[in-house]
Design a protein around this ligand. Structure first.
Ligand code: FRU
Length: 481
C-alpha cells in the first residue's frame, strides 16, 4: 500500500484554496464547457450514462495548472449541459498507481459500472521511463453508483504484457461483441511503432492477450494513446491519438494528433482492417485524447480534451497564471453517413440559446453586423455562393476565411501564438460557430470537419465583419451561461 500522506492532502487543500482565489474573477473561465475546478485537466475518462445520470471523469491535477500527479475528477449531469463537480473519484494512493491514475474507460453491465484504468508507477533510479523504470498496470474497478469503489484489483500487471514493447502500454477501453468482452490498449512498441493490443474476457475479471489489433507503419508515429473502438450500421470506427506523425501541408500540424480509421474487424483473426486513410478528428489547435461512449438512447457521444500536451513554445494558455489550464470540447454526437464520419454538437446545448437573430445578405465588398455579445454566442452561416474570397472577423481578432477551396481559422494576439489552421474542401456550404468566453469550435458542412481552438480575447469586437463577394444567410443566438 502506498497511501498519500496527510501532509499531501493538507498541502493540496491549501494550494487549491489559493488557486480558487485567483480563478474567482477570471473572465476566461468558460460558461458552458467543462473545466478543472482548479489546476490542470487532460483526457476525458470513464464517460458513461448510468441509471439516467451522465458521468464524466477526467485526468486532473488539482494543485498545479502545469500538470503533475494525476487523479480522476468527477462531474455529473442530468442533461449534458449543467454539470456538478463531485468529489475526486480516484487518487494515486496505491502501490500500483502511485505516480498517476492514468486514463481509462467505463463499461456498464447489469447494475454495476466496471472501470478500467492505467496505474502509472515510476521506480527510482537511472531510468528513461520508456525502456525501463516504468510500470503501467491495468486496473479494474467495480462500482454500483459511480461514486464509490466496491472492488479494485490489478487485472493485467505490467510484467504480464507481451514481449516487444516499451514500458508505454496504457489507456484501456472496453467494449462487448457477441457476448465477449474486449479491451484495447495503446502502446509504443520497441521498434517505435504505435500498436493497439487486444485482450478478451468472458467475465470482465480475467483477461487474455489476443494479439495486436492493428499496428502502424513508421509514418504513423511512435506511440498510440487512448484507443477507442465502436461499431455503426455502416462501418466500424477505430479512434486513437498517435504521437510523432509528420505534418503534411494542412494536416497533422499540432504536436500530437487524434484521429480515426473507418473499417471492419476480422473477428476470427482479431484484426482491425482499415479501409480509409487516417483522418484527424479536429483540425484546430486544441484537441487530443478523445473518448466516446454510447448513452442510454443509443447515441455515440465524444468528448475531447480541448488542449494538448507538449504544445511547445508555439502557443500557450494564459490561464495558467490564473490558476487553471485546459477544458473539454463540447460533447459531440458521432455518426457514419454515406461512408463519412460526421461530428455534430450534441443538441442539448441548444437549451442555452437566446436572442435569436436572422439575416440573409449579399456582400459586395463588406458588411458589418452589430454583435454586442461575442463572449458566448452561436452562429450558423449558410453559404449560397462565394464569388470571391469570404472572410469573417469575430471575437477579438479571430478570422474565418474561405478562398479557392481552402477554409482557414486564424487568430491575432488573442490566440497566444495560435496562428492559422487550414482545411481543404470540395465546397463550403455551412459554417457553424460556437463561441465560449475563451474557446471557439467551428463545424463545417454539417459536421464534416471541426476546428477547436482556445482564444483569450481582452476586448471583443462589437460587430462581426464580413468581407469579400458572397451571398449568405445567417442565424445567430446568444448562449446563456
Ligand atoms: C494522453 C495521456 C494518456 C495517459 C494520460 C496521463 O493525454 O498521455 O496516454 O493515460 O494522458 O495523464
Amino acid at each position: 500500500m502506498s497511501e498519500l500522506t496527510n501532509q499531501y492532502w493538507e498541502n493540496l487543500a491549501h494550494v487549491q484554496a489559493e488557486l480558487k482565489e485567483k480563478i474567482k474573477n477570471d473572465p476566461w473561465r468558460l460558461a458552458f464547457h467543462q473545466m478543472p475546478e482548479t489546476g490542470w485537466l487532460n483526457d476525458p475518462n470513464g464517460a458513461v450514462q448510468y441509471k439516467g445520470v451522465y458521468h464524466l471523469y477526467h485526468q486532473y491535477v488539482p494543485d498545479n495548472p502545469d500538470g503533475g500527479l494525476v487523479h480522476w475528477a468527477h462531474k455529473t449531469s442530468a442533461d449534458m449541459v449543467h454539470f456538478k463537480e463531485e468529489d475526486l473519484f480516484l487518487s494515486p494512493d496505491k502501490a500500483y498507481n502511485k505516480d498517476g491514475v492514468y486514463s481509462g474507460s467505463a463499461f456498464v453491465k447489469d447494475d454495476e459500472i466496471h472501470f478500467f484504468y492505467t496505474g502509472n508507477v515510476k521506480h527510482p533510479g537511472e531510468h528513461d521511463y520508456t525502456f525501463s523504470g516504468r510500470e503501467q498496470n491495468t486496473v479494474h474497478i467495480v462500482s454500483k453508483d459511480g461514486f464509490t469503489v466496491d472492488f479494485e484489483e490489478v487485472v493485467i500487471p505490467h510484467e504480464d504484457y507481451p514481449e516487444g514493447f516499451t514500458d508505454h502500454i496504457r489507456d484501456p477501453k472496453v467494449f462487448e461483441k457477441n457476448g465477449t468482452y474486449y479491451m484495447v490498449l495503446g502502446s509504443r512498441a520497441l521498434n517505435h511503432r504505435g500498436k493497439i493490443l487486444l485482450y478478451v474476457s468472458s467475465d470482465l475479471y480475467d483477461w487474455t492477450y489476443k494479439g495486436v489489433f492493428i499496428e502502424g507503419e513508421k509514418e504513423m508515429g511512435y506511440m498510440w494513446e487512448c484507443p477507442d473502438f465502436f461499431e455503426t450500421d455502416e462501418k466500424d470506427v477505430l479512434i486513437f491519438s498517435p504521437q510523432g506523425l509528420k505534418a503534411t501541408l494542412h494536416e497533422f500540424e499540432n504536436t500530437h494528433n487524434s484521429g480515426y480509421y473507418l473499417g471492419s474487424v476480422d473477428w476470427d483473426q482479431n484484426k482491425f482492417i482499415s479501409d480509409s486513410d487516417f483522418k484527424e478528428l479536429d483540425r484546430g489547435f486544441d484537441f487530443y485524447a478523445p473518448q466516446t461512449f454510447e448513452d442510454e438512447s443509443g447515441r455515440r457521444i465524444l468528448w475531447g480534451w480541448m488542449g494538448l500536451g507538449d504544445i511547445g513554445p508555439e502557443y500557450s494558455n494564459p490561464t495558467v497564471a490564473r490558476g487553471w489550464q485546459h477544458a473539454m470540447t463540447l460533447p459531440r454526437q458521432l455518426t457514419v453517413e454515406n461512408g463519412q464520419l460526421k461530428q455534430r454538437p450534441l443538441k442539448e446545448y441548444q437549451m442555452l440559446r437566446t436572442n435569436k437573430g436572422e439575416k440573409a445578405f449579399t456582400i459586395q465588398e463588406s458588411v458589418e453586423l452589430d454583435a454586442k455579445n461575442q463572449k458566448t454566442f452561436e452562429m450558423i452561416i449558410s453559404i449560397e455562393e462565394v464569388k470571391d474570397k469570404l472572410s469573417i472577423h469575430l471575437k477579438e481578432d479571430t478570422v474565418l476565411s474561405y478562398d479557392n477551396h481552402l477554409f482557414s481559422l486564424s487568430h491575432g494576439p488573442s490566440g497566444f501564438g495560435r496562428s492559422e489552421r487550414t482545411v481543404e474542401l470540395d465546397d463550403l456550404t455551412q459554417i457553424h460557430v460556437i463561441a465560449d468566453t475563451s474557446s471557439i469550435e467551428i463545424f463545417l458542412n454539417d459536421g464534416d470537419y471541426v476546428l477547436s481552438s482556445r482564444v483569450y480575447p481582452k476586448h471583443e469586437r462589437d460587430t462581426i465583419l464580413f468581407e469579400g463577394e458572397s451571398t449568405l444567410s445567417l442565424v445567430k443566438w446568444d448562449l446563456k451561461s
